[in-house]
Write a protein that binds this ligand. Sequence first.
Ligand code: ARG
Length: 437
Amino acid sequence: MPLWKGRFAKELDPKTNDFNSSIKTDSRMFREDIGGSVAHAAMLASQRIISPEDGAAITAELGRIREDLENGALDFDWNAEDIHSFVEGELTARIGDAGKRLHTGRSRNDQVAADLRLYLREACEEIKSLLRKLQKALSAKAMEYPMAIMPGYTHLQRAQPITLERHLNAYVSMLARDIERIDDGQKRMNISPLGSGALAGTTYPINREMTAKALGFDGVMFNTLDGVADRDFCVELASALSLVMVHLSRLSEEIILWCSWEFRFCELDDAFSTGSSIMPQKKNPDIPELVRGKSGRVFGDLMGLLTMLKGLPLAYNKDMQEDKEAIFDAFDTVRLCLDTYIPMVETMRFLPENMRKAAAGGFINATDCADFLVGKGIPFRDAYKITGEIVALCIKTNRTLENLPLAEYQALCPAFDKGIFDAISLENCVARRGMRT
Ligand code: ARG
C-alpha cells in the first residue's frame, strides 16, 4: 500500500508500479533508513511533537524490524515503492497509530537524502581501507625485490633505468591522492539535510542539530531546497572513484604488458590467471583486463549522474531516484575490483633478471653518458650531441655503450676516459639519481 493513498481512486497500474519502485535498489539502505527514523523519532519526542510513549514504541519496534530484516525473519516487499515506504508501512502494521506519527515534520525527500549520505559514508570508509591495503600490497611487493633494476619508459620506449620500487611506488602515490579525494568529498557529504522537509522546511518546532548530532553528521544544510536537491556528493564521489579506476586501469595495462612473452617482467599466480579453451600454452591476465574494462562502467556512472542532474529545476524531482543505481554501481565496481586486485598483487612474481636484461639494451644509459661529459666541463647540449653520435655508431656497428672500446669514445670526444664505464653502469645510473622512490 503506497504512502499517498488518500488522493487517488485507483491502484497504480502494476507495470507502472514496478517502473516507479526503487526498492530493489534502495533496500540496501535499510539500516540507514531505520537509523535515521530512530534519530527523528527521538527528536520528535524530545521536542514534545510526539509523546514519549510513542517515541519509545517507535524506537523499540524499528529496532526489531532491523533485526528481523538482518536475520531473515522479515522479507522486503518488492512491490513497495521504496525502502522508506516499506519500513514505515511495516512499523505501522506492527504498532498502529504511533507508527503513523513517525513521518511528522519530515518528507521522503529529506529522508532519502539523509539515508544516502549515511550509506555512502560507510561505503567510503570501506573503499579507503581497500585502497590502503592495495598501497601496502604494492610497497610490500617492491620490498621483495630490493634494487631490482628495470627500464623506465616514455612513449613506451626505453628511457632511463629505474628500480621496480620506484615504479610501483608511483601507484602508491596515486592511491594516496585517491584516498584524499574521497576524504574531501566526505567532508561536504557529511552534512544533515534533515529538517528540509519536502523542500520548504517544516512548521513543527523540530531540532535539526539534534538529529544531525545523533547521526554523526558534522552540521546541518543551510538551505532547505538545497538540502533535498543536492546530489553534488554523488558526483564528487563518482569522480573520485573514476580516478581510482583510471589508476587501476593504468596499472592493469602495465601488468598485461609485463605478463606478455615480449616483456616477461612478471607472472601472475595461477590462482589469478586463466587459460584458453583452445590454446594449451595460454595463461591470460583476465583479472587486470577486466579491471581495465570495468573502468568504463564507473565513468558511465559519473556521466549518468551529471546528465541526470543538469536540467533539474529545484527542488526534488523523481529523476533523482536514478542517483542510487549509478552511485551504488560505482562503489560496487570499485570494491569488486580492489577485492580481487589486492590478492593478485600480493601473489604476483616479478622476474628481475628479465627486467635487468631489458634495461641493459636500448641505450637506456645514454643520458648518463652525456652527464659524464658535462662533468668534464662540456656544455650539456654539446654532450648530448656527442652521445647521440656515439649511440648512432653503436647501432651501426652492432655494439652497446658498455662494449664500445674507450679509443672509439675518445675518437669522438677526447674528454672521455675510462671512468665512463663506471658512469654508465646501470647500478650507478640508478644510485646517482638518489631517492629510490
Ligand atoms: N524513492 C525516492 C528516491 O529514491 C524517495 C524519495 C521520494 N520522494 C517523492 N517525493 N516521491 O528518490
